[in-house]
Design a protein around this ligand. Structure first.
Ligand code: PLP
Length: 402
């Protein structure tokens, strides 16, 4: 029997660790283990009823065929309207592309632009998919560690030092998965000043969490702060996180027309277009009543405040308070070197999350998967009841270490 041998672009990458960890938590639950799952990367809310109703209506109107590659006109208009209303940005129709999730747009943007050896600067901690997306497209991820003392943010000096003649992209994700931190206006100005000195560097601004935002001052983005970069920024976003629509698979990008045309060309050969029905639902979500976002953010914020407080009270752990998104990235440096009741020494953050899973049934993700240790990532996109139980269990686990 002949054995299948994958192409190097497959063997060179790994399955997303967060997807794998979520699957592992589900398996353990199915096997009867009492697991508190904090690996989830999606809202625990239902998609609002009015959005669902619009999808039904789209089916009834017969919107069940291929759409144009760059999405329906209604969706493109809704995206342009949303960027204009919230961020004061103005995009033309040929500067918008639509895909099966922001993930697909990010992948297509890299596929459209990265040639052999092109470098992509990825600040760490990073969303687990970025390095592998770069590798799958024959590029070279340049990981730049952004330590906690810098607020987990890329500094202008670190950016300057990472740029080479081969740099194609900088990926900026804010609020960040996994830390939840975002850049202030002055921090973006400083990063922008470096980028203006290096006109060959483009920027992928992944703002997928920008509406899960806890601060009083409004969230902003690089291109709004430094408009001179507009021809070099692809702003990506989507309906997954803000509207609890992860399964609908609609994401989009706004950026220079030539890059958008290249993305659309690839899309025409890959999926033709995302689901027509999901596009109708997304267009409605972006242009109708936005109260769902306000209410869900209020609930996330309560959970964030509770979980941060509890974790910061546990000796050996400490947690930066996130500006947005629904993750915490606690520092577990204080438990490294300690011994579990079973006699195992916790040598790194992977050992710690395995101890949490085996010892007290809490599923979390090790910081090593996000490129910066010793940390672990937990999601608070789950009920308060689950969060309280998880904090109790984590506390018990840490207190049992010697
Ligand atoms: N970017 C970041 C930072 C994410 O965390 C995720 C999802 O977890 C995505 C993009 C993908 O979002 P979408 O559902 O639109 O593909």
């Amino acid at each position: 029997m002949s054995t299948f041998v994958p192409a190097s672009r497959v063997s060179n990458i790994k399955i997303s660790p967060s997807t794998a960890a979520a699957a592992r938590a589900r398996e353990l639950k199915a096997a009867g283990r009492d697991i508190v799952d904090l690996t989830v990367g999606e809202p625990d809310f239902e998609t609002p009823a009015a959005i669902k109703a619009e999808a039904h209506a789209a089916i009834d109107r017969g919107e069940t065929r291929y759409t144009s590659v760059n999405g329906t006109l209604a969706l493109r208009k809704a995206i342009i309207g949303d960027f204009s209303r919230r961020l004061g940005l103005s995009y033309a129709d040929n500067e918008i592309c639509v895909g099966g999730g922001a993930k697909q747009i990010l992948f297509l943007a890299l596929m459209a632009s990265v040639d052999n050896g092109a470098e992509v600067i990825v600040p760490a901690p990073y969303w687990v998919s970025y390095p592998d997306m770069v590798i799958a497209n024959d590029g070279k991820p340049i990981i730049v560690e952004c330590p906690e003392r810098d607020g987990f943010k890329l500094t202008p000096d670190a950016l300057e030092a990472a740029i080479t003649p081969k740099t194609k992209w900088l990926i900026l994700n804010a609020p960040s998965n996994p830390t939840g931190v975002a850049y202030s206006k002055s921090e973006l100005e400083a990063i922008g000043a470096v980028l203006l000195r290096h006109p060959h560097v483009f920027v992928l601004c992944d703002d997928i969490y920008d509406q899960v935002w806890f601060k009083d001052e409004p969230m902003t983005t690089l291109v709004a702060v430094v408009p001179d970069l507009k021809e070099r920024v692809l702003l990506t976003n989507g309906v997954s996180k803000a509207y609890a629509m992860t399964g609908w698979r609609i994401g989009y990008g706004a950026g220079p027309a030539a890059l958008v045309a290249a993305i659309n060309k690839l899309q025409s050969q890959i999926s033709s277009c995302p689901s027509s029905i999901s596009q109708a639902a997304a267009a409605y979500a972006l242009s109708s009543d936005q109260s769902f976002i306000k209410e869900s953010v209020r609930v996330y914020k309560e959970r964030r405040d509770y979980a941060c407080k509890r974790l910061n009270e546990i000796p050996g752990l400490s947690c930066v308070v996130p500006d947005g998104a629904f993750y915490l990235y606690p520092n577990c440096g204080g438990v490294i070197g300690k011994t579990t009741p079973e006699g195992k020494v916790i040598e790194n953050d992977l050992d710690f999350v395995l101890y949490l899973l085996d010892g007290v049934g809490v599923a979390a993700l090790q910081g090593a998967a996000y490129g910066l240790s010793p940390y672990f990532r937990i999601s608070f996109a789950t009920s308060m009841e689950v969060i309280v139980e998880a904090c109790d269990r984590i506390e018990k686990a840490v207190m049992s270490l010697q």
